[in-house]
Design a protein around this ligand. Structure first.
Ligand SMILES: [Zn+2]
Length: 689
């Protein structure tokens, strides 16, 4: 019928996509066909003559669009992890039609009439808790996509959403362009001074990947951050820093300054069409926090304490600079370098001493082992299944009864064509709501992407403590997808409220710093010796140093996000750079610190809408993870079986089937308090026992 492999039956193991047969030309026709099929399914659903029931409307809606889900998931995974100019072109072409399809679905009057009728009668339909939750979630999805607006407003709303889809795609591609374009050559030994062997190797490899000889620094985070940490060449650090913070504001066709303003203008209009004064007000109505006041309350708890901590750290840096007879003024491109000196001199912690104990494979096995001890999972390598790139490792995931519960794909290395950062995604969500009814449940296919540097010739990839923590973080998201135990697709895995989604990931980070996990898994890659207990102690001491820096940078970005999205004027500020600079000067951000992300390259906010007015969510969830991990501490073991079982059932397994505050309460037995977060970050003294 068709030669397009995306539209044929996917016959590989686990129903994996036919990766090896795919080419960028297959996506546009497959997405168009999948959208047409979805529309036809929904038309049949909406045209039913009988009065709506939960099963023929809500459960059927949840089942619909299976082909589109499959094809779109492959598409977005490839555009993130293995993109190409041809695939980027398809992405630009398809952004608006995909948004238009979504608007058409959620603005379908006949369909919404059935959903709305059921929603009005929801108390008397005899639904179980998860069915109630699904009905409310789907109804809210319709309302938030404009289902209740008048026809003229709906027309405009759909245009706004299409334009936003095109602009956010452009924003992300512009950042990728600026990251790929910049190369800082390190032509001789004098340019390499201070760089540890692993970083020299990584910078040589980056050059080789671009067909250059010698060494270079690019704007890949895995390269530029270590360079700023270790390079003794202040002038080169400054060049790298300026290029890094200048992403997105280079004049020319990839300049994001106007793109970001256009997005802000459209978001303000989007919020007004919903009757809200600002985009932040609109976005926060569908979160655990609920209001700007609640978010601001948390930021206000943290900000002054973090400023005080960063001032103590700045003094420590200047003392070490003075001891090195360096009287220059500390600048943003100096901070990481001098912080590393403090770490070495005051805490005797040196990355080069730590990394040999964290070969990538051991950290992966540590994560698997923790998932085994906590939740009974085991991971069986499946090198035989088709994947999209040779870097990807596939694992069949089995539960305590040795039943297969899903497939886990891990893609760990930085490379050209892969966006920076680390993230979890799904090729398929867990679900038991399958057609025909009673068929086998759908098993999840979950991905983790990291951007680690490869090992030097003859060595495995060696991770820093931060890298290891990142791997555990993404693996925590992965477990949220793999342990999902719900009936309905829409409520599965990580599809929870945005300020709850970082709880399963952030709480999992705690295990990589547990001494017994380190003893077992952090073994020197050459000698097999476990990491010395006294080095672990030094690491834990050092862990709190520079938390002020990290907290201030993060919170500054969260405040900027909230401020720019809380504006009520239809027209955004003329100069976003001046807006953020004025705001942060007024808040007292020290010049030598800087932000995690400036607006012109802030992908969380502008590469899609998921984290717009939502960068605060990491801190919100950290209140929960710091408080929640206390349950293990109080039980006396990081692997306490009863606590682990509650964590699995109420947090990792329940997806969005219960309200997040109820899920947390069921796990912890009480609501969370902010104190453990402040202690974890060293912002207050630990409470005396
Ligand atoms: Zn995360």
């Amino acid at each position: 019928m068709t030669t397009n492999p995306l539209l044929q039956t996917w016959s590989a193991s686990f129903g994996l996509p036919p990766f090896t047969d795919l080419s960028p030309v297959h996506f546009e026709p497959a997405l168009l066909e999948a959208m047409a099929q979805h529309r036809a399914e929904l038309a049949a659903l909406a045209e039913q003559s009988q009065a709506p029931s939960f099963d023929d409307t809500i459960a059927a809606f949840d089942r619909s669009g299976a082909l589109l889900d499959r094809v779109a998931a492959v598409f977005y995974n490839l555009t993130s992890s293995a993109t190409s100019p041809a695939l980027q072109a398809v992405q630009r072409v398809m952004a608006a039609p995909m948004a238009a399809h979504s608007s058409a679905v959620y603005m379908d009057t006949a369909l919404f009439a059935r959903v709305d009728a059921l929603h009005r009668e929801r108390g008397s339909l005899g639904l179980n808790t998860e069915q109630q939750r699904l009905l409310e979630r789907i109804h809210l999805d319709f309302v938030r996509a404009g289902a209740r607006m008048a026809p003229a407003q709906q027309l405009r709303y759909a245009q706004v959403m299409e334009q936003l889809a095109a602009l956010t795609t452009q924003f992300a591609q512009n950042v990728l362009h600026d990251e790929a374009r910049f190369v800082l050559p390190l032509p001789d030994e004098a340019a390499l001074i201070g760089l540890p062997p692993s970083l020299r190797a990584a910078s040589a490899q980056a050059a080789a990947e671009r067909g250059l000889s010698g060494h270079i620094v690019t704007l890949a985070r895995s390269l530029v951050v270590p360079f700023l940490t270790f390079s003794q060449r202040r002038d080169l650090r400054e060049s790298a820093w300026r290029a890094w913070v200048g992403r997105g504001e280079q004049p020319g066709e990839h300049d994001n300054r106007e793109v970001a303003r256009d997005i802000l203008r459209l978001r303000n209009e989007q919020a007004r069409l919903h009757g809200h004064a600002s985009f932040a007000d609109h976005a926060l109505t569908d979160t655990m926090a609920g209001t700007r006041t609640a978010v601001q309350g948390l930021l206000d708890e943290v900000w002054p304490r973090a400023l005080a901590a960063v001032e103590r750290e700045r003094q420590a840096l200047q003392e070490v600079m003075a001891a090195h007879n360096d009287s220059t003024e500390l600048q943003a491109w100096d901070w990481r370098f001098w912080a590393e000196q403090v770490r070495r001199e005051r805490y005797a912690v040196d990355d080069a001493e730590v990394k040999p104990y964290f070969p990538l494979d051991s950290v992966v096995q540590a994560a698997f082992d923790c998932a085994g001890r906590l939740f009974g999972l085991s991971f069986v390598s499946r090198p035989d299944v088709p994947v999209y790139h040779p870097d990807v490792c596939a694992y069949e995931v089995r539960d305590a009864q040795d039943q297969v519960v899903g497939l886990f794909l891990q893609d760990n290395f930085a490379r050209a064509g892969k966006r920076s950062g680390a993230w979890m995604s799904a090729l398929r969500w867990q679900s038991r709501n399958v057609a025909p009814a009673g068929g086998p449940p759908t098993l999840p296919i979950i991905l983790n992407n990291n951007n680690f540097a490869r090992g030097m010739a003859g060595e495995p990839a060696l991770l820093s403590m931060d890298d290891a923590r990142t791997l555990f973080h993404e693996f925590g998201h992965g477990l949220h997808g793999l342990l999902s135990n719900v009936t309905y697709k829409r409520l599965s895995g990580t599809q929870v409220l945005r300020d709850f989604v970082e709880l399963p990931s952030q709480i999992f980070e705690h295990w990589i710093t547990e001494p017994e996990v380190l003893q077992r898994h952090a073994r020197h890659w050459q000698t097999g010796e476990p990491i010395p207990a006294e080095l672990v102690a030094r690491l834990q001491q050092a862990q709190r140093f520079n938390q002020g820096y990290e907290t201030v940078r993060y919170t500054a970005s969260a405040m900027t996000d909230m401020a720019v999205h809380a504006l009520t004027d239809a027209e955004p500020p003329a100069d976003l750079g001046a807006f953020e600079a004025d705001l942060l000067a007024a808040q007292g951000l020290p010049a030598a610190v800087g932000m995690n992300h400036r607006l012109v390259h802030f992908q969380h906010l502008f590469a899609s809408s998921g984290y717009a007015a939502g960068y605060y969510v990491y801190l919100w969830a950290e209140v929960l993870d710091a408080d929640g991990y206390g349950a293990f501490t109080e039980a006396g073991s990081p692997f306490d079986a009863a606590v682990a079982q509650r964590l699995q059932r109420s947090i990792y397994g329940s997806g969005n089937s219960v309200p997040p505050a109820d899920a947390y309460l069921a796990f912890r037995g009480r609501a969370a308090t902010v104190q453990p977060l402040l202690q974890k970050r060293g912002l207050v003294e630990p409470a005396s026992a």
